[in-house]
Design a protein around this ligand. Structure first.
Ligand code: BGC
Length: 745
């Protein structure tokens, strides 16, 4: 039998070769024909086998442990994919079982969480998003795919596109921040990076956009928690990045752990059929997040595992990750008439089509190349790209009296628990990244940049402990220097999956150490490594400079040195609001107005929407970030005061580099739709450009705004634009005041 599909595949390949320049329809017809033919020869058990995914005991386990029998199932053709198996030889050995020992020899797909790099670890995705550099993010995903495929992987569980407005939720580290417009562009860029133009190329993978849907709105920021939101909010804010990823060709999608309006996402027909298949015409496959099928039992939505399998298949889940319930129950459910065989066939079809597109039927071992494993990972070019991405991702939050860049020939005291760290610096989800010898620490990076003789070091304290014994030594080291650079932050596993926090200040005694060092009177620079916005109020008020470096990855220390010394002028802008305190959360720039907006100019108005103890303002707004130079905006003009379907608006603004360094600025355009058939946000990002200007240079920056940019989902969930008046803002942050107005006719 195996020969049969090999023969038919060979025939198809000949056809493909013969028909160079074929259009997409023809290629799709070929895939369909091949998979049709194969399905006709498959038993029900074999079809069910394709819907089963197991973890190998190799690496990250984020839920119930490995089923020790997975290799036995594999031999019996009861498994369609394996995840967490890494390495050319290891994946080859598993593939060999599937190809040589099962009746039809259908190859496995190999999945892995390559979230920001495989061996060369890039900054965490939240950090990358702060670069606002879509090309760089696409390149980072490209490199991750190329390294992952060199180690046997052909399916990557990324991009994570969950919009989130809650920094308590640790998984904000994996996403692109709070904004739907930017998040959608980044989702598409990452998919393009992972998948390239051709899924069957040896260095591309199929991407898996996750977690569908609304996972980022998990109640109180606690992971896996309930989500209850209006459909209007779902469509306007949480769904668009998924749509953008799928429009970019993303081949697979992962359900989320949460329930949404009472129905777990993994059993949610509205999400998985009505939207995904019927409205969006998705024709890839849907995989659960880990055991989220089984988890419908504690959710209180399924009686037992069999019932959960029935719900999931009927809702539109094609592949069961690690739950074992499709393997154990689908056959009986079909016999009992509770699940249709046709649905199982369609699930198998979707999975087989992706395997075909990956080229696995042509050569099941194409991603198990031990040579590439030696030559294609951690290359100098990959490391250089990671260093560049890291410095682009950093956000300069404060820089009084031009404390940064560090002046030449000054003695620098490097103090803090993360100065010499090579472990936390990679952040959460670091795939096969080395957390020991390979990463460049801040210490090593700065020694390389300015020389050891100018640097003194004290650890001062740990990330989280009450121990202040190191303070005296740190104060001594600081006192003997000209400037102090403190490197502090969170543990890498304070963010990422199931790592939520209710207190967002620097952990342990780090702030106490900052206070002790501040008393020396030396200028103090704080370099932060963390996976989420933090409440750094004291730091903002008292320190001279703050650089948000996030978890910057393998080359992090070198990149931080580039920024501290001015070799690179920071250009990152926040993609998530920093609150003043946890009580303000959720706090985000594109909120709605209240009927009683608080006006600080009329403080006597006691019933304006506000808090007793803190202003409504964030600590740092979305879009904010400084440079070593300054940028000024002027001459905001519109081509017309009216926008119509036929006549888009041309928006121009003059940008001047008014400081002393060459630098880059992210020019941001926001609109406000003043009155709508549903209430509209006070500001919405609608465009941006990252612009390089030499010191003293000016340039006119243009944007085009069309009525389509002003669409939103109304109360009937129709995607409309409505006539009326708009405000338009341009500037270097979401709190820009540079404003004009126009009308949509
Ligand atoms: C996470 C997913 C991940 C999966 C596989 C789950 O626990 O939520 O993001 O892709 O594990 O490792």
């Amino acid at each position: 039998m195996r020969l049969n599909w090999i023969t038919s595949f060979a025939l198809l390949c000949l056809l493909i070769l013969a028909g160079c320049g074929k259009d997409k329809d023809q290629r799709d017809a070929e895939v369909d024909k091949f998979v049709d033919d194969l399905l006709r020869r498959m038993t029900l058990e074999e079809k069910i086998g394709q819907t089963v995914l197991y973890t190998s005991g190799y690496d990250v386990i984020t839920g119930p442990t490995v089923d020790p029998n997975y290799k036995e199932y594999l031999k019996k053709g009861m498994v369609g994919g394996i995840f967490n198996a890494v390495g050319a030889d290891y994946t080859r050995s598993l593939q060999k079982i599937a190809v040589e020992e099962t009746r039809l020899g259908i190859p496995l797909i190999f999945g892995y969480d390559v979230i920001h790099g495989q061996r060369t670890i890039f900054p965490i995705p939240l950090a990358e998003s702060c670069s606002w550099d879509l090309e760089a993010m696409e390149r980072s995903a490209r490199i991750a795919a190329s390294e992952a495929t060199a180690e046997g992987i052909n399916w990557i569980y990324a991009p994570m596109v969950d919009i989130s407005r809650d920094p308590r939720w640790g998984r904000v580290a994996e996403g692109a921040g709070e904004d739907v417009y930017l998040g959608s562009l980044i989702a598409a860029a990452r998919v393009k990076g992972f998948q390239g133009d051709n899924l069957s190329a040896v260095n591309t993978v199929v991407a898996c956009v996750k977690h569908y849907a609304a996972y980022g709105a998990t109640m109180a920021g606690r992971d896996y928690n309930t989500v209850d939101m209006s459909l209007n909010e779902l469509w306007n804010t949480y769904l668009p990045p998924f749509k953008a990823a799928l429009d970019a060709g993303c081949g697979t999608i992962m359900t989320s752990f949460n329930d949404l309006n009472g129905i777990p996402a993994t059993g949610n027909k509205y999400l998985l059929k009505d939207i995904l298949r019927d409205k969006w015409n998705f024709n890839g496959f849907v995989v659960t997040d880990y055991t989220s099928i089984n988890e419908m039992i504690p959710h209180g939505y399924a009686n037992d595992e069999k019932h959960s399998a029935e719900i999931a298949m009927n809702a539109g889940v094609d592949m069961d990750m690690q739950g074992g319930v499709y393997m154990n129950h689908l056959k009986t459910l079909i016999e009992e008439g509770k699940v249709s065989e046709k649905d199982v066939t369609e699930a198998a079809r979707a999975i087989l089509k992706i395997k075909y597109k990956l080229g696995l039927f042509e050569d099941p071992y194409r991603y198990c190349d031990a040579n590439r494993e030696k030559t294609d990972i951690l290359t100098p070019a990959n490391k250089e790209a990671a260093r560049d991405m890291a410095r682009k991702s950093m956000v300069l939050l404060k820089n009084d009296k031009q404390t940064l860049p560090l002046k030449e020939n000054k003695r620098v005291a490097l103090i803090g628990p993360l100065v010499k760290d090579k472990y936390e610096i990679l952040g959460c989800w670091s795939a096969m990244g080395n957390r020991d010898t390979i990463p460049v620490s801040v210490y090593d990076g700065l020694v390389e940049a300015i020389g050891k003789d100018k640097i003194s070091y004290a650890k001062g304290c740990d990330i989280q402990s009450e121990d202040t014994k190191g303070f005296a030594e740190a104060v001594r080291v600081a006192s003997a220097s000209d400037v102090v650079v403190m490197v502090m932050g969170e543990f890498h596993n304070m963010s990422g999956e199931n790592n939520s926090r209710t207190n967002l200040s620097l952990p342990g005694v780090q702030v106490d150490l900052l206070k002790a060092i501040k008393k020396t009177g030396k200028p103090v620079v704080l370099v932060l490594m963390n996976g989420r916005p933090l409440t750094i109020n004291w730091e903002k008020d008292n320190l001279d400079a703050i650089l948000e470096a996030w978890f910057p990855g393998t080359m992090g220390g070198a990149a931080i040195a580039d920024v501290l010394t001015g070799k690179y002028n920071p250009s990152g802008k926040l993609t998530m609001t920093f609150p003043q305190n946890v009580g303000q959360i959720p706090l985000f720039y594109n909120h709605k107005n209240t009927g009683r907006p608080y006006d600080p100019n009329v403080p006597q108005f006691a019933y304006g929407s506000r808090y007793w103890d803190v202003s409504n303002e964030p600590l740092y707004p979305f879009g904010y970030g400084l440079s070593y130079t300054t940028f000024t905006y002027s001459d905001l003009t519109l081509s017309s005061k009216e926008i119509t379907k036929e006549n888009p608006l041309k928006v121009s603004v003059k940008l001047t580099n008014s400081g002393e360094y060459d630098g880059e600025e992210v020019v941001q355009l926001y609109t406000r739709d003043l009155v709508g058939s549903v209430t509209r946000p006070v500001k919405e990002l609608k465009g941006f450009k990252k612009v390089f200007l030499k010191a003293g240079e000016s340039k006119v920056i243009d944007f085009t705004l069309s009525v389509n940019d002003l669409r939103f989902y109304n109360s009937q969930l129709e995607y409309v634009y409505e006539p009326g008046d708009f405000h338009l803002f341009v500037g270097g942050s979401s709190d820009t005041k540079l404003k004009t107005e126009f009308t949509l006719k």
